[in-house]
Design a protein around this ligand. Structure first.
Ligand code: DX5
Ligand code: ZN
Length: 222
């Protein structure tokens, strides 16, 4: 089977919020594939980022697929608002602290014609998400503890990426394997080598001088 194409999903969390439209334009021109939007509610994670109103604003400014990562409690309750805001994929967390019926939430996302993603924190074992694999489009493996950008990548998470790759191959699935947190040119290579095909990157792209060069290098191209 051919290896899937590598997709780069810049995380808007690391952008300069005082000139969001300019940042979105720059990231589009630099060749981003998806735009990753980190939603934090101050409960599931301590940090608070932004909500559906900002997602809707971003939707008006770009045609890029919006990859919405819900690090919130009760994602099932808030789901309609993010669908309405124009998300193309919505990822929820499997941990009990997210307080929602995981199977039903995933079915609701897919039922709305949106891609369904499931994520697991560094401390959560792979087995927790395994039963859901046939019912999702994106598996998001957290390579840092969720909550803030700019943390160091945890290479030990590659075990989960490998297991997801094995599952994808064994089931001839088109599952996207996405990694989130601490991606830079070095760790991106590790993720890709282990089977990830979507790389979220905040700090490494938005703190670089040349977004296009950084995106190319994250893909493993010169
Ligand atoms: C972490 C978020 C990530 C984060 C990535 O809680 O889910 O998307 O913003 O940022 P960097 O690339 O800076 O680790
Ligand atoms: Zn994220």
């Amino acid at each position: 089977m051919l290896s899937p194409q590598i997709l780069i999903a810049p995380s808007l969390l690391a952008a300069d919020f005082s000139k969001l439209e300019v940042e979105i334009r720059r990231i589009e021109e630099a060749g981003a594939d998806w735009l990753h939007l980190d939603i934090m509610d101050g409960h599931f994670v301590d940090n608070i980022s932004f909500g559906p109103a900002l997602v809707a604003t971003v939707r008006k400014q770009t045609e890029l697929p919006l990859d919405v990562h819900l690090m919130i409690e009760r994602p099932d309750h808030y789901l309609p608002r993010f669908l309405e805001a124009g998300a193309n994929s919505i990822t929820v967390h499997v941990e009990p602290e997210a307080r929602h019926p995981v199977t039903e939430t995933l079915a609701a996302i897919r039922g709305a014609g949106c891609s369904a993603g499931l994520s697991l924190n560094p401390a959560t074992p792979f087995e927790t998400i395994e039963p859901h694999l046939p019912n999702i489009d994106v598996l998001l493996v957290m390579t840092v503890h969720p909550g803030v950008g700019g943390q160091a990548f945890r290479p030990e998470m590659m075990e989960k990426v490998k297991r997801a790759r094995e599952w994808r191959a064994a089931n001839q699935s088109t599952l996207h394997i996405e990694v989130d947190g601490g991606s830079n040119v070095d760790t991106a290579k590790l993720s890709i080598d282990n089977g990830a095909n979507v790389l979220v990157a905040g700090t490494s792209i938005f703190r670089s001088k040349d977004y296009a060069k950084e995106i190319r290098e994250l893909r493993g191209k010169k």
